[in-house]
Every structure is written in structure tokens, then in C-alpha cells.
Design a protein around this ligand. Structure first.
Ligand SMILES: Nc1nc2c(ncn2[C@@H]2O[C@H](COP(=O)(O)OP(=O)(O)OP(=O)(O)O)[C@@H](O)[C@H]2O)c(=O)[nH]1
Length: 794
């Protein structure tokens, strides 16, 4: 393998020879090499080429920008067209190189998330691993950076955010008077109560739970809280940072007394960011996020939890091998991840089954169904079970995803959605080889996503830059350009007509949601009592449920804790609607395969029709001199409509959540009323208020209002799209005919920049071809020398 890679790595790159002759400073080159250490040679070469393309494009843009501002600097007024150019150039120059890829490790406490991250980054004991009474207490983000040191930033709740939580915690603890003996018992054993007491005691010491809100406001917390609300820790070595970090991100449920001052501020911690120095194993631009549990009682932390899930472009649902089959929490986590695919940025879900080394051989052999093959050892049993789990879970997961997501969704294209890993074996290798622990596979998964994103990003960047240079050059060109073509050719009329068609197409694309929405509303009306009943009745009676229910009401129907299953009444009673609309909703916002039911292909079709029209006008009018403008318009149409995609992605979350948000708003008064209940039989009375409140709202059209609100959100998205398109295209057309409108300005000569940009743009294809070629060569060499085949050297 090493020889293969070296051979491929040393292959002369045509693009290098042709394009990148410029001598590079040694230090910069070694920096770049360092950053790509995580990648095998073939991928490294591709990444380096893309990076070079990008950095040279940035340089061309900067030079152009400088020339432009110098030439208009002393002018009294700057023509609109030039302003547009300057702004667009600046936006592109300032655009960050690559938005990080967030990979969320989403799993319940003890599932093995921290151990998995440790194995992936090859730091055995870096993130604290949970023991029997200890668990990770907040969201932890791990990334690698360019610094030399290990660094952690601990973000705390602001003063205001903590006050809000304190108010809720004390309301929750406000003991109901006149309880009967049985009720006192139930109250004491309540999970929400335990957690609230524990938080207050950790921060303010024993007896804090008996104090009221005002008293606690005056009380001094035991730990030191910095005014900046950020604690920064630095260390030279991984082990050193790990020791410093440990007390902040681990909490003990019991035996909390006598803990260090750091642990005493746990309830205030919002999230933690850890930066490793240049990592060999997780490339810069990738953030691994440990997302523990199913949310948090604190609204801010719960919001963080949801937002973090939504910003992940990849979610790994982490499940312990012993819980992967049939566990309720596992199912909840999967459902939450699929929801993230619907409303957030997530494009990729995988199930990572952990602790696969855990296998009791006699039991396994007894239950084993395959009889024709003898199992000789623990290792064989583990490998066989891994295979079986993969086949079985892959099928189940795909079926589940198919039910929820459109049939041609990208996630469903992946042949393998399941990984069976063992972090323990990764270190010990007593049973399995490194490859068999599948940790290298996960690293490869990460690298592939990053490379893919880089490729897409640079292609878009260079194309946009080229379009701008085309226009800039055309502005500075003094030829006498025929400028009426655009008007004469009726382009404006054509655009208006196309926008109308686009509006119609969007209406048609949104229309299919109506039927499942109505069907869902009908289902919700008939099933809400049963669903609510299931949420409000516990198998062990009200014992341990009393204050949890109060917490649910205090938080408008949602109770989330680090350790218990999430309760969300609003989501539960709207679930029948989501069950109906999910596939259609996913279909509308899907990326990829163009179909009539998806939104993006309509926008693409609009784009292509405009571009074709530009070409047609160009050909018909023999646009020679003005070919710059034609090309610019064609490029810029892509840039403008490309921006729409992000707008749509952001809006889709609001649309998707509009049903639960609407129901939550309608039920707010009833939650507030229930939260006030104290005294005898408070739990039953609270349930009664909720039941009656929901009944009343349903009778008054709660579900229909939710439907209206969702439709209204769709309508708003449509208006937003057409307004944006209209605005941008109008600017563009003004630009294109700017000479005629007297906006022309003789600008600095950017011929050389234009030429260089043209070359860079051409080489995009070359770079892509090189990558395919190198991959082909490597595959060929691997096939030719199977003895040398092995895992990519990282
Ligand atoms: N046998 C075995 N045990 C493992 C493996 N990975 C993790 N564990 C154990 O599982 C327990 C929980 O591991 P963690 O990595 O802390 O789990 P977590 O999901 O991060 O848990 P929280 O920190 O509570 O969120 C620890 O006792 C680990 O030693 C594995 O591959 N094999």
C-alpha cells in the first residue's frame, strides 16, 4: 500500500505544471501538507489542487478589487453598476473558505460516544468516559485547528439565562401544600424534582432547594463564575487538557459533596468547544459533536441541543449493541434524527453500533440460528454478529427512512447505513484488527464528506469569480458596444413571463401537501385523546410523575432532561399529521434527482430557461463585443439563484415546525393554568386541566389553525423566492444594459486578472479529471498487487 501511494503521490500533475508554476514559500507548503496529513495521497493531491485553485482565485479577486477601488476612489459618485461589482467582489473575497462540517454523534448516555470520539482522534483517554454514576453533562464539540496547543472553551449561560432557569427550578420545587402521605412520597421520588434539587445544591450548597427565588438570587454560588461567561483552558499535551477539562464536562449524580469548584458550576455550562492542534486524524473543517441525551430542562440549553442537531450535515445515531434492538430511546433518537433531515441541514444519517466486542460466547452459540457453519472463537462470533446486525439494521433503517423521506432521497442511496464499531478493541486489538473495529471506516467517511464539500465549494467559488471578472473586464472595455440588444430582444418581458411561470410551478409543487395535511388533521382529531392519555398516564401511577408534569407545563408542553426520555406533548399530538405529510414534505425540499414534486428543479429550470435565452439573444444578435455581458449574465444567474437554496433551507425549518409551534401557542394558556395547580391531588387536577384544555382547543379548531399556519408559511416562502428572484434579476439587467443607462465608467485595466481567471476556470475540469484519473490508477495498482492492499495510511 505504501508503495502504491508513493507512486501515485509522485505522479506529475498536469495541473501543477501548467497552472501552479509560481514558486511557493516553503513554510506555506509545509503548512498545507500538515493540514492534509489526515488524507491518503490520492485524496491529498485532489485537495491540494482545489486549495491552490481557491487561493489563486482569491488573489485575483483581491487584485481586481484593489484596482477597482483605486480607480473610483476620488470620484464624487460611483455608478450603480460599479458599486454592484465592488460589493460582489468583497463578498466573495470575505467568504470563508469552508463552512465546517458538523458530524453529530447523537446517543443516549453511556452509548459510547466519548469513547468513539477518542478512538477516532486517537487519544485514548481524552474525552472523559462515563462510569456508573458519571456522565457527559453538555454538548462537546471537538475539532482540529492550526494552533500548536490544545484548547477548550467552556461557554456558560448568561446571567439572564440562568435567572430564567432559576425561576423555573424554584417554581418546580415549590412544594405543594397539604399533601397526603402517599403524595409526599410521590413528590420526593420525582425525577424532575431530583434533577432540580441536584442542580441547586451543586451551585449553592446543601439546603438551596429550600430557598425561594429571591433568596437564591442573593446567594453566592460556590464556584467562581467569570464575568465573560467563557472559561478558556489551554495545555501543551492532550492528557493535560483532559485533566483540566474533566471536572467541567463530567458530572456525578451522587456523592457530589466534596467535588472540585469546577464541578460546582456544571448547571451553568451551555456547551464546550475543544480544539486539538493539527490532527493527523480529523481534518480541519470537521467538527465532531458529542450530543448527549435528549435535551435539557433549561430552555437555552434545550434550544442549543435542537439547533446543534439541526446544523449537523451528518448525524450518527450511536447505539450500544445491547440496546440497538427494541430500545425505546434508540427509536426516539432515530426519529429525532430523521426529523433533523426534514427540517435541518442534515443530508446523511448512519447508525453506529458500539461496543461490538461485548459478546458472551455460550449465549451467542445457543441462540445462533446459522447451523451449517461452525464458530470456533469469540472473534468469529463477533464478526458474524456484526455482519448480521449490519444486514438486519440496514434493512430496518432503510425501511424507516423510506417511510419518512422521499424515495429518491440521497440518504437512501448509500449502500451501507450501519457501522459496527468497537472503541475498546481499537486500543486492545485482542479480538479484532484495527480495520475490523471499523474506526478507520468512520475516518474515511469523514474525509470523503470533507473532500466532497471542498470540491463543490471551490467549483462554485471559481465559477462565480469568473463571472465577476467577465463583467469587470467588460466595464473597462472602451469599445463602442451596441447596447440596445437587451431591450430590443424583449429580455425583460421574457423574464417577467418566466417569473410568473415559476410562481405557478411553485404553487403546483406545494399543492400536494394539502391532501396529506388534511388527512393528518383528521387523524390527529381522532387520535389526540389516546395519544395524550398515553403521555399522561404512567404505568406506576403518579408516583414520580407529579413534578415532571409540572415541569412539562412550565415549559409549554415540553420536558427534556439529560437522562430521561423527552416529553413533548405538542409534538406527540401533532405526530399523526407529520406521519402523513413527511414523505411529501421531504419530496418538496429534496436535493438531487429532478422531479416535478421538488422545488429546486423548478428553480433550476427557471435558471436554465434564462440562460438559454441569453445564449439565443447572443447568437441572434451576433453578440461579439458584448459576449462578456452575455457570459456574465449566464454566470451571475447561477450565483443569484444559488443563494436561494440556502434561503429555502433556512425557511424549511420554520415551515416544518409551524404545526407544533401553532399547537403549542394555542395550548399555552392551558399549560399556564395547569402549572399553577398546588394542593391535594394536584397531579390529577393538572392532567384534567390539560385534557380539558386540549379538548376545548381541538373543538375550536386547533388543528385546522395549525394547517392554516403551515400553508401560510409555504405561501411566505413562495413570496420570498419570487421577490428575491425579481430583485436580483432587475439589478442584473440594469447592469447588463448599464452603458445605455449612462452608468458606464472607464475602469482600471483588469485584462491580466481576467486572463488568469479564465485559466483558473478552465482548470476546474482539469482538476476534477485528475482526481478521477488518480483514483483509477490507485484502484488499478491495488488490484494488481493484492498482497500490498491494506488500509489507507493515515
Ligand atoms: N466493551 C466496551 N465498552 C465500551 C466501548 N466503548 C465504550 N465503552 C464503555 O461504555 C461506557 C460509556 O462510554 P462513554 O464513551 O462515556 O459513553 P457516552 O455515550 O459518551 O456517555 P455519556 O458521556 O454519558 O454521554 C464506558 O464505561 C466505556 O468504557 C467498547 O467499544 N467496548
Amino acid at each position: 500500500m505504501a508503495e502504491t501511494e508513493d507512486f501515485v503521490g509522485q505522479e506529475p500533475h498536469p495541473a501543477d505544471d501548467d497552472l501552479f508554476k509560481e514558486p511557493m514559500k516553503k513554510r506555506r507548503r509545509s503548512d498545507r501538507d500538515q493540514r492534509f496529513r489526515a488524507f491518503p495521497s490520492v485524496e491529498q493531491s485532489a485537495l491540494k489542487e482545489y486549495e491552490k485553485l481557491e487561493s489563486r482565485t482569491r488573489r485575483v479577486l483581491s487584485n481586481t478589487y484593489q484596482k477597482l477601488i483605486q480607480s473610483v476612489f476620488l470620484d464624487d459618485s460611483i455608478p450603480n453598476g460599479v458599486k454592484y461589482l465592488i460589493n460582489r467582489l468583497l463578498t466573495l473575497i470575505e467568504k470563508p473558505s469552508l463552512d465546517p462540517i458538523y458530524i453529530g454523534l447523537f446517543g443516549s448516555t453511556g452509548a459510547g460516544k466519548s469513547s468513539l470520539i477518542n478512538a477516532i482522534i486517537q487519544q485514548a483517554m481524552f474525552l472523559p468516559v462515563s462510569g456508573e454514576s458519571i456522565c457527559t453533562s453538555c454538548i462537546v464539540q471537538v475539532r482540529s485547528g492550526c494552533c500548536e496547543q490544545y484548547e477548550a472553551k467552556i461557554h456558560l449561560l448568561s446571567d439572564q439565562e440562568w435567572k430564567e432557569e432559576l425561576k423555573n427550578l424554584t417554581k418546580l420545587l415549590h412544594r405543594t401544600e397539604e399533601l397526603g402521605g402517599e403524595e409526599v412520597d410521590a413528590w420526593d421520588r420525582d425525577d424532575a424534582m431530583e434533577e432540580a434539587i441536584w442542580k441547586l445544591q451543586i451551585l449553592y450548597g446543601n439546603g438551596a432547594e429550600k430557598k425561594n427565588y429571591e433568596e437564591l438570587l442573593r446567594a453566592k454560588p460556590k464556584g467562581k463564575i467569570p464575568t465573560s461567561r467563557i472559561i478558556t483552558l489551554k495545555a501543551e499535551e492532550a492528557g493535560e487538557l483532559s485533566v483540566k477539562l474533566d471536572p467541567y464536562i463530567r458530572t456525578k449524580r451522587r456523592d457530589w459533596q466534596g467535588e472540585s469548584a469546577e464541578t460546582q458550576i456544571w448547571p451553568l455550562i451551555k456547551h464546550v468547544e475543544v480544539t486539538l492542534p493539527k490532527s493527523e486524524l480529523i481534518p480541519e473543517g470537521v467538527v465532531l459533536v458529542d450530543i448527549p441525551g435528549t435535551g435539557d430542562f433549561n430552555s437555552k440549553r434545550d434550544e442549543m441541543w435542537k439547533k446543534t442537531i439541526d446544523k449537523c450535515s451528518v448525524i450518527w445515531v450511536i447505539s450500544d449493541i445491547e440496546r440497538v434492538s427494541g430500545g425505546r430511546t434508540h427509536e426516539d433518537l432515530l426519529n429525532e434524527s430523521i426529523k433533523a433531515c426534514q427540517r435541518g441541514f442534515c443530508r446523511d444519517i448512519a447508525l453506529v453500533v458500539t461496543k461490538t466486542d461485548k459478546l458472551y460466547l455460550p449465549e451467542y452459540l445457543r441462540e445462533r440460528k446459522v447451523v451449517n457453519q461452525a464458530i470456533q472463537s469469540q472473534r468469529e462470533a463477533v464478526l458474524e454478529r456484526n455482519e448480521m446486525i449490519k444486514i438486519q439494521r440496514n434493512r430496518i433503517l432503510k425501511e424507516k427512512l423510506k417511510r419518512k423521506l422521499p424515495a429518491d432521497c440521497k440518504v437512501l442511496e448509500a449502500s451501507n447505513l450501519v457501522y459496527t464499531v468497537s472503541a475498546q478493541e481499537y486500543w486492545q486489538q485482542a479480538l479484532l484488527t484495527e480495520e475490523e473495529t471499523e474506526i478507520p471506516k468512520l475516518r474515511e467517511y469523514i474525509r470523503k464528506r470533507l473532500l466532497d464539500k471542498k470540491r463543490r465549494m471551490v467549483t462554485k467559488y471559481v465559477t462565480e469569480a469568473f463571472g465577476l471578472l467577465l463583467l469587470t473586464d467588460s466595464f473597462s472595455c472602451t469599445d463602442n458596444l451596441p447596447n440596445e440588444y437587451l431591450h430590443m430582444s424583449g429580455l425583460r418581458g421574457f423574464v417577467e413571463e418566466k417569473i410568473q411561470l415559476l410562481e405557478k410551478a411553485i404553487d403546483q409543487c406545494f399543492a400536494p401537501i394539502l391532501q396529506p395535511l388534511q388527512e393528518g388533521i383528521r387523524n390527529a382529531r381522532t387520535s389526540y385523546r389516546r395519544i395524550l392519555g398515553a403521555c399522561l398516564v404512567r404505568s406506576r401511577g403518579n408516583q414520580g410523575f407529579h413534578q415532571t408534569l409540572k415541569a412539562v407545563c412550565l415549559k409549554n408542553g415540553i420536558y427534556a432532561s439529560r437522562t430521561l426520555a423527552r416529553i413533548d406533548l405538542n409534538a406527540a399530538i401533532t405526530q399523526p399529521i407529520y406521519d402523513q405529510i413527511d414523505p411529501v414534505f421531504g419530496g418538496i425540499f429534496r436535493a438531487g434527482t429532478p422531479t416535478n414534486s421538488a422545488l429546486m428543479p423548478h428553480i433550476d429550470a427557471f435558471k436554465h430557461s434564462l440562460q438559454e435565452k441569453m445564449m439565443e439573444i447572443g447568437i441572434r444578435n451576433g453578440w461579439k463585443h458584448d459576449s462578456y455581458k452575455k457570459s456574465f449574465l449566464i454566470q451571475e444567474i447561477s450565483a443569484i439563484l444559488g443563494g436561494l437554496e440556502e434561503h429555502i433551507l433556512r425557511k424549511k425549518r420554520k415551515i416544518y415546525e409551524s404545526l407544533t409551534t401553532s399547537v403549542q401557542n394555542d395550548l399555552k394558556p392551558c399549560y399556564e393554568e395547569a402549572a399553577q395547580i398546588t394542593g391535594k391531588k394536584a397531579c390529577e387536577r393538572m392532567k384534567d386541566i390539560i385534557r380539558r384544555g386540549v379538548d376545548r382547543q381541538v373543538a375550536e379548531g386547533m388543528f385546522e389553525r395549525a394547517q392554516e399556519r403551515m400553508q401560510h408559511q409555504f405561501q411566505q416562502l413562495k413570496n420570498g423566492i419570487t421577490e428575491k428572484v425579481k430583485g436580483s434579476i432587475a439589478t442584473m439587467l440594469t447592469l447588463a444594459s448599464s452603458q445605455g443607462d449612462g452608468l458606464y465608467k472607464e475602469l482600471a485595466d483588469v485584462k491580466s486578472e481576467y486572463k488568469e481567471m479564465e485559466k483558473l476556470h478552465r482548470s476546474l475540469r482539469e482538476v476534477a479529471e485528475n482526481a478521477v484519473l488518480r483514483q483509477g490508477m490507485q484502484d488499478f495498482l491495488l488490484r494488481m498487487s493484492p498482497s500490498k492492499a491494506g488500509p489507507p495510511r493515515t
